[in-house]
Write a protein that binds this ligand. Sequence first.
Ligand SMILES: Cc1ncc(COP(=O)(O)O)c(C=O)c1O
Length: 402
Amino acid sequence: MIVNQNDKVRTDQWKITPHVLELEASAIREILKISSQPGVISFAGGLPAPELFPLEDLKEALASAIAKYGPNCVQYSLSMGITPLREMVARRVTEAGAKTEISNILITAGAQQAIELVARAFIDPGDYILTEYPTYIGALQAFDYYRARYTTVEMDDEGMIIEQVEEKLKKHKPKLIYTVSNFQNPTGITMTVPRRKALIELAMKHNVPIVDDDPYSDIRFAGEELPTLKSLGGDVIIAINTFSKVVAPGLRVGWMNAAADTLVYFEKVKQCTDLHTNAPCQYMIYEYVTAGKLEPHIEELKVDYKVKRDLMINTMRETFPDGIKWTEPEGGLFLWVELPKHMSAKELLPKAIELKVAYVHGEPFFPDRQGANTMRLNFSNATHEGIVEGIKRLAKLLKENM
Ligand SMILES: Cc1ncc(COP(=O)(O)O)c(C=O)c1O
């Protein structure tokens, strides 16, 4: 070594760019650290049920991928994603109602990377993005990095209040409309078909793309299947989806479905980011799906999550004090709780952790950091006993602080 071991390198003086220095750590990651302490019942993460991960089937899928594709499984691969997986995704999306070709599909490292690619490709500092209010924190983080500003639209139980959309489009001329149309993270709200159509009409009229981030539509366990924004809106929609919630998030495989001429730009941005999505996981998922394993697995998830949602809601009905409202989603992983205005879910969180129950308070989901009286509860990850016990502990806390 040419440097003396005792010479301290002054890394604190390195010239990290100010916008990285100013980045906020994700409130959720921080809460997850605390809530992973032993004995804490956590409704905080967005984690699928670990006991349902199809480990044996994934093991077989990987073995089969390596046997069939040999070195290609681990060789450098295509930025757009491996061809059989892109074909398979295009076929599945078409079967679900949105005519899609392989040229429309870019495989990404999860939905989060697709959001990041969109942010990189579209946002100049100060640009507006139109979002739901509240919205998915990971999208805000991606957009924040490029110094976006937000123009937001409130929701009722049918999704975005459309009357507000046109006004905001005219006033702020946003570059993108970002929505989580199905079982939204964090609220669990689903946009109704008339609202979907109205939003698409406005997007067409103002020529603003809609980014529909849709990881949850396959996990509908109640109510009627709805046509996706992509199937109603075609090229004005940049649809984002993922295998994270229906297979396993650690595999990091998702996709973007967009007009072929725009996908070329996203492909270039992806090349700068990571060259390509990891190949063995793409082959593994391809093998898993073509072996016919995905559909039965999704059915299993739906049954499990419905039972858990019902258990959570029934326990809330029985134990929560009056004056508290919550959503009753027909799918997905989350429900949203609104406390009376004078209460702060953020301030209550340390007390909840003392009682060994965790949630995510609502503030980080609001671009203007309002919503102190709200919280997001995940119902997929805890056990049945954990759900009942955790909700009882929360009820106790809420009663004491009403
Ligand atoms: C709305 C939404 N978009 C994207 C993601 C990230 O998904 P992925 O694991 O595929 O990156 C999540 C995960 O919680 C999400 O809720």
